[in-house]
Every structure is written in C-alpha cells, then in structure tokens.
Design a protein around this ligand. Structure first.
Ligand code: NAP
Length: 364
C-alpha cells in the first residue's frame, strides 16, 4: 500500500508582490481557465476575475464551440465581463502569449491530453479531473507527464509545502476532500482501530455531476428526491483509500447520494476507535491538524455542519461525536462541491504555487 507523505499545514511561504514570469514579463501571474463554461470552471472564473494577485488572461470552452459571452450562462456576470473562446492546441504555438498557469476544469480525457502539453511549455497546471490523482493498490497508476513534473495531490491543508514547489497539482475530488479532511486527523493520530471498517455516507447536490443532459438530472427526476448511486464503487474511492493508506482488504464502505439541491456536499463518516481513546484526543487531533487552516472550520463535539452554512464559501465545516462504550465516532463534514470541492481549493493551490497567502481571494 502506498502511503503518500502528507503533512499538516506548514507555515505559508510569503511571496513577492511583483511577479516576473518565466518569459520575463513583470506583473501579476496570468492564468487561463480551460473548461470555463462548466460548473466548476465558471466558479474559477468568478474567483479569478476579482483575485488581487492573478490576471485572468483567457477563458476556454471545448474545441469548435462558439465564442460566448459568459453572462449568457452565468447570470452573476454582467454582459461583456468575460468571454469564453474555443480551445485550440494552436494557442500553444510559437509566438502565442502563454500564461504562467492554467486551471483545467475538464473531462478526464481532455485533461490527460492537455496537461502534458501545457507543462511542456513551462505552464504550471492545477487540474480538477481525476487523471493525475493517486490511485489505490491494484488500480492503474496516474499517468506521469515526465521530467520532474510528477503530480502533487492538491489537498491544500495537508500538502501545502509540496504544492508550493509543484508544476502539476492534481486537485482532489469533492467527496474525497470532505472525506479526507474528516478522516486524516484521526487516522494520522492513530485513533482509528486498524482492524475495523470505515463507513462513509455521502450526499451531493446536482452540480456535482457537471452540466449534462441526462434524464436522472432533470428537475422532475431530482426534485423532492434522494437516490444512492455507485454504492461501494464510486470513482473517488481509490483516491481516498490511497491517501489514507488503507490496506486493500480493509473495508471502506462508501455510498454517495444525490440530493435535490444545486450545490453542497456532506459526508458522514462512521469509525471504530482504537482501544483507550479518550474523547479529548479526538478534539486534540482536529485542532492539531487545522489550527492554522482557516478554510477548515471546526465546530467541535456535538455541533453539526449544515449545507447552508457552507454553500457559496470556500470552507469545509467539521463536527463530531464519540461514544466510548461502543468505541465509535461519527464525523460530519460539509462543503460547497464547486468551491472547497473544486474551484476554491484550486485557487488555494494556485495561491501556494505563486507564494501568495493560501486563502487569498477565497470567500470564507
Ligand atoms: N462539478 C463538481 O462538483 C466537481 C468537483 C470536483 C471536481 N470536478 C471535476 O472537474 C472537472 C470539470 O467538472 P464540471 O462538473 O465543471 O464539468 P462540466 O460542467 O461538464 O464542464 C466541462 C467543461 O469542459 C469543457 N470541455 C469539454 N471537453 C473539452 C475539451 N476536449 N477541450 C476543452 N474543453 C472541453 C466544456 O466546454 P463546453 O461548454 O464547450 O462543452 C465545459 O466548459 C471534471 O473532471 C470533474 O470530475 C467537478
């Protein structure tokens, strides 16, 4: 089993106010958003348009798509504020003005194709797809674009030091973020019984599936409804298992559900504690992990996160309770799947890549 070297938040690097790009251009680092017409790409556009340290240089949609004013698909934007162009590989040719970084909010196949090309031109990449994320033992390894450009897992609060010097950041999945932020403090502190299953119940709003035309996602099918999907087989499972370092035979029972809300995601984690764990040790483990992490809000024992407390923010809220007689604990985490679960964490990672304060430009 591969255990990733994860570290709790390290002191933040303090960056220069003025940045000189590899091409020698002074000024704010320029960023492209590729996939800027999708749900998570649009959130990245919103964050980067007003970000004090970055210049949102270009926004792209799929090749062959019409040039679009983003106000047509995002009523939060005024007409003329942001335009999306069709993506074309020719944009990377000699003479074109290339950005310092690109945020990719694309389907897996498109990211697998595009990320290595961008890296080859010295462009730093934060990728939201699953292709460069860690995989559990037995699953295919993530592709490596070569040279020294191995992907770094972008779970910001646990990987800050490695992200700061990365070329390619594999942003975590939305469920993986909620689940790992809840479980890693307990697992790393040795508070979990290693012989017992980890059970996770997940719930996500409709945007978690991207903008797609499928009957299951029609209003009349999803409204006033709740349904499970991919029980025990969700595509974030290998990533969660790999990062936690769970042995292949240790049950990780994860069942996600679709909720009739546009955005927001909650995971409820049920674990068996190691013998002799006192409830104060649980609080101490969470405090140790997140004392210097403003994007994780610890509600404490017996206080529970709610979706409406986190939607529209780049935060993850966490609450828990423990029963010493049953040696059991329940941890609930909630986040906005499009922000801490996608674009918000991607911008936290961009901040780290360019030496900016980690939560700059993130609504908390
Ligand atoms: N939704 C979430 O909550 C969430 C959370 C975490 C991670 N993610 C991941 O983030 C990625 C994007 O997800 P999403 O939900 O935002 O998807 P989405 O709403 O379906 O948007 C996909 C975007 O990719 C563009 N696109 C498709 N094929 C392309 C290609 N070959 N070249 C360039 N652009 C292309 C689309 O452009 P057109 O508009 O022209 O089709 C659109 O802008 C996925 O990998 C997803 O797994 C999503």
């Amino acid at each position: 089993v591969t255990r990733l070297p994860l570290h709790p938040a390290a002191p933040l690097p303090s960056g220069p106010d003025r940045f000189v790009s590899p091409g020698g251009r002074p000024g704010r680092p320029s960023v492209w958003v590729v996939g800027g017409t999708g749900y998570s790409g649009l959130e990245a556009v919103r964050l980067l348009r007003t970000h004090p340290a970055f210049r949102l240089a270009r926004i792209f949609a799929s090749p062959g798509s019409p040039e679009r004013d983003l106000a047509e698909i995002d009523p939060g934007l005024a007409p003329g504020q942001a335009r999306a162009l069709p993506w074309s590989p020719a944009l990377l040719e000699e003479g074109a003005e290339r950005p310092d970084a690109a945020l990719l909010a694309l389907p897996d196949e498109a990211s697998a194709d595009l990320a290595p090309r961008l890296l080859a031109h010295g462009i730093r990449v934060v990728d939201l797809s699953s292709v460069f994320r860690p995989k559990s033992a037995g699953a295919a390894s993530p592709p490596t674009p070569g040279n020294d450009q191995d992907p770094v897992y972008g779970l910001t609060e646990w990987e800050a030091a490695r992200i700061a010097s990365a070329r390619l950041v594999a942003n975590p999945g939305c469920y993986a973020t909620a689940c790992l932020l809840a479980l890693l403090p307990l697992e790393r502190a040795g508070l979990l019984d290693p012989g017992e299953a980890v059970v996770v119940d997940g719930k996500s709003g409709i945007t978690g599936a991207g903008r797609r035309l499928e009957a299951d996602y029609l209003f009349a099918e999803a409204n006033e409804n709740c349904r499970p999907y991919s029980p025990l087989a969700h595509r974030h499972l290998p990533e969660i298992r790999a990062v936690l370092g769970l042995a292949a035979e240790r049950p990780l029972l994860f069942v996600p559900h679709v909720l009739p809300v546009s955005r927001g995601l909650m995971t409820t984690v049920y674990v068996r504690l190691a013998r002799g764990v006192a409830s104060g040790e649980i609080a101490a483990a969470f405090d140790h992990a997140y004392a210097a992490a403003p994007a994780v809000r610890l509600l404490g024992s017996g206080r529970w996160p709610q979706l409406r407390g986190v939607t529209g923010t780049g935060r993850c809220d966490i609450g828990w309770t423990a029963d010493p007689v049953q040696r059991a604990a329940v941890v609930v985490s909630a986040l906005d799947n499009l922000l801490k679960g996608a674009a918000g964490q991607a911008v936290q990672n961009l901040n780290l890549l360019f030496g900016r304060p980690r939560e700059e430009g993130i609504p908390l």
